[in-house]
Design a protein around this ligand. Structure first.
Ligand code: PFF
Length: 495
C-alpha cells in the first residue's frame, strides 16, 4: 500500500508532473512568444534554454526532493536551519498563484457553458470585459461583487477539494492518469481540425517565418528563458515536492527528459492550432494575422469566441472542446500549486493530509473572492506580474544557491547516474547548476523588476507592495510558529 503521500507508480509521477507543466502558459502564452520573438528563429534560443536550464534545473530540483523524501520547508531547514523562511517563501508564493488561477478557471468554466450556444453574442470583446467581468478601472470596483464569477470559482474549488483531500495516489495520481492523456487526445482533435480550415497555411507561414536578425537581440534570449521557467514550472518547489513523493527506485534523469519533451510537444502543438485558427480568421475577415494575434485572456476569451462566431455549425463542437482543453490544462496545473505548502504544513504541524488540504482550500476559496469583483481582473494582472516576474524568480535564485552550493549538488551525481538508463550527468551539469543558471535567472529577474517599475501604474505599485507584504508576513508566520511534530528537526536522506 502506498503511503498517504506516495505515488502508486512512476507513471502517476510523470503524468502529474506533465499535468503541472502543461497549463495555460502552453496554450495562451507560448504561441505568442514564439511568434513575436523571431518565429522559426526562436527555436534556437528555445532549445538552448531547455538544454541549458530546463533539464539541468529540473534534475537538480528532483534530485534534492528525492533525496529528502520530505517537504520543501523541512528539507531547506535541514540543509541550513537559519534559512527555514526560504523554505516557506516559495510554497506560499505558489499558493498565491493557486488563488488567482482559480479565477481564470472559473471564467473558463463559464465559457465552456456559453460555447454550447455562443452565449457571448456578436461582440465577444464587450461581453468579456463589460458584461461578464464588469471590469472597472477604479479600485472601488473591489466592492462590486459578481455572483456568477464567484459561483464558477467555487465550483472549481469544490472539484479541487474533491481530488486533493484524498491520499496522493487515490486523488491526484488517479486523476492525472485520466485527465492528462485526455488533455492530449482532445488537443490532437482540435489541432487536427484547425489544420484543415481554409487559410490555416497563412497563419502557419506567418508563425514560422523566421526572422534571423533577432537572434543577436538580448530580448529573445530572455523571452526563451522566461518561457521555460514559467512553462516547466521551474524552481517553484512543485517538482521538488512531487519527487519527494516518489518510490526508492525512480530513474529521475529519464523522467525529467520525458517531462520536458512532453511539455514542449504540447506547446508547439498548441501553437499550430492557434495560428491555423488565426489564419482562417484572417482569410474570413481580411484582417492581417499580425492584427489578430494576442495572448492571455484576450486570446482565449475574445479572439477564440470571435472565430467561433464565423465558424458556423462546427463551432458547437470545437468551442466546447477548446474550453474543456483549457479547463483540464488549468485544473491539472492548479492541483500542483497546493502540494508544496500542504506537505510543508503537514510536516511541521503534524496535521493529516486531509485536514491540511481542507483548511488550505477553504482559506484559498475565501481569499479568491477578491477576484470575483469588478476590480478582480486588474488585481489578477498585478498579482500575476509580481509573483511571476519578481517573487518566483527570486525564489529560483535562492533555490539554486541552497541546493547547488550549500547542499552541494555534486553529492547527487553518482546516485542519479547509477539509476539512469539514458543520459549520464558529467561535470557540465555542476557548472550549469552552480554558475550558469543562477546568473541567467538573475538577469531575467532584474529585467522583470525594471519592467514593473518603469511601466507600472500607481495601482500596480500598490498591489505589488500589498502582495509582497502578504507573502512576507505569511512566510514569517509559518517560520516562527513552533513545530508540533517532533520529527520536524530530522529529515532522513536517501542518498
Ligand atoms: N507551468 C504552467 C503553465 O505553463 O501554464 C503554469 C504554472 C503552473 C505556473 C503551476 C506555476 C505553477 F505553480
Amino acid at each position: 500500500m502506498a503511503d498517504k503521500n506516495e505515488w502508486g507508480s512512476n507513471l502517476s509521477f510523470i503524468l502529474a508532473m506533465i499535468g503541472s507543466a502543461v497549463g495555460l502558459g502552453n496554450i495562451w502564452r507560448y504561441p505568442y512568444v514564439l511568434y513575436s520573438n523571431g518565429g522559426g528563429a526562436f527555436y534556437i534560443p528555445y532549445i538552448v534554454a531547455i538544454l541549458l536550464m530546463g533539464i539541468p534545473f529540473l534534475i537538480l530540483e528532483y534530485g534534492v526532493g528525492y533525496n529528502f523524501k520530505s517537504s520543501f520547508a523541512k528539507a531547506v531547514k535541514r540543509i541550513n536551519s537559519k534559512w527555514e523562511y526560504l523554505g516557506w517563501f516559495l510554497p506560499v508564493a505558489v499558493f498565491m498563484i493557486m488563488i488567482y488561477y482559480s479565477a481564470i478557471l472559473g471564467w473558463d468554466g463559464i465559457y465552456m457553458i456559453l460555447s454550447f450556444f455562443k452565449g457571448w453574442g456578436a461582440d465577444p470583446n464587450t461581453y468579456f470585459t463589460a458584461t461578464l467581468l464588469q471590469s472597472s478601472e477604479s479600485m472601488n470596483g473591489m466592492f462590486h461583487f459578481i455572483p456568477l464569477i464567484a459561483v464558477a470559482m467555487l465550483v472549481g474549488w469544490v472539484i479541487i477539494w474533491f481530488i486533493s483531500h484524498r491520499d496522493l495516489e487515490a486523488g491526484l495520481g488517479k486523476v492525472s492518469k485520466i485527465l492528462v492523456p485526455a488533455l492530449f487526445i482532445i488537443m490532437v482533435i482540435i489541432v487536427g481540425f484547425s489544420l484543415t480550415l481554409p487559410g490555416a497555411s497563412i497563419g502557419l507561414a506567418e508563425l514560422f517565418h523566421p526572422d534571423w536578425s533577432l537572434l543577436g537581440k538580448f530580448e529573445i534570449w530572455m523571452a526563451a528563458f522566461g518561457q521555460i521557467v514559467f512553462s516547466l514550472s521551474l524552481g517553484m518547489s512543485i517538482a521538488f515536492t512531487y519527487a519527494s513523493y516518489t518510490k526508492d527506485d525512480s530513474d529521475l534523469i529519464t523522467n525529467t527528459i520525458s517531462i520536458a519533451l512532453a511539455n514542449s510537444l504540447f506547446e508547439n502543438f498548441a501553437a499550430l492550432g492557434v495560428f491555423s485558427i488565426l489564419g482562417y480568421m484572417s482569410l474570413q475577415s481580411g484582417t492581417a494575422v499580425s492584427d489578430l494575434v494576442t495572448q492571455g485572456t484576450g486570446l482565449v476569451f475574445i479572439v477564440y469566441p470571435t472565430v467561433f462566431n464565423v465558424l458556423g455549425q462546427w463551432a458547437y463542437v470545437l468551442g466546447p472542446l477548446f474550453f474543456l482543453t483549457v479547463y483540464l490544462a488549468g485544473l491539472t496545473s492548479i492541483l500542483s500549486t497546493i502540494e508544496p505548502l500542504s506537505f510543508s504544513i503537514q510536516n511541521k504541524f503534524a496535521l493529516s493530509r486531509k485536514r491540511t488540504m481542507t483548511i488550505l482550500i477553504i482559506v484559498g476559496a475565501a481569499v479568491s473572492m477578491i477576484y470575483a469583483t469588478a476590480y478582480g481582473s486588474s488585481i489578477l494582472g498585478f498579482v500575476d506580474t509580481f509573483i511571476n516576474q519578481i517573487a518566483i524568480l527570486f525564489g529560483v535564485i535562492m533555490e539554486c544557491i541552497i541546493f547547488a552550493w550549500i547542499f552541494k549538488a555534486d553529492k547527487l551525481v553518482d546516485f542519479l547516474n547509477s539509476r539512469s538508463k539514458t543520459i549520464k550527468l558529467g561535470k557540465w551539469w555542476i557548472v550549469v547548476v552552480k554558475y550558469i543558471l543562477p546568473i541567467f535567472v538573475a538577469i531575467v529577474w532584474i529585467g522583470g523588476m525594471i519592467d514593473v517599475i518603469k511601466v507600472g501604474t500607481n495601482d500596480q505599485l500598490i498591489f505589488t507592495l500589498v502582495s509582497a507584504i502578504i507573502l512576507i508576513v505569511a512566510t514569517l508566520i509559518f517560520t516562527l510558529l513552533p513545530a508540533k511534530n517532533p520529527e520536524w528537526e530530522n529529515a532522513d536522506e536517501r542518498v
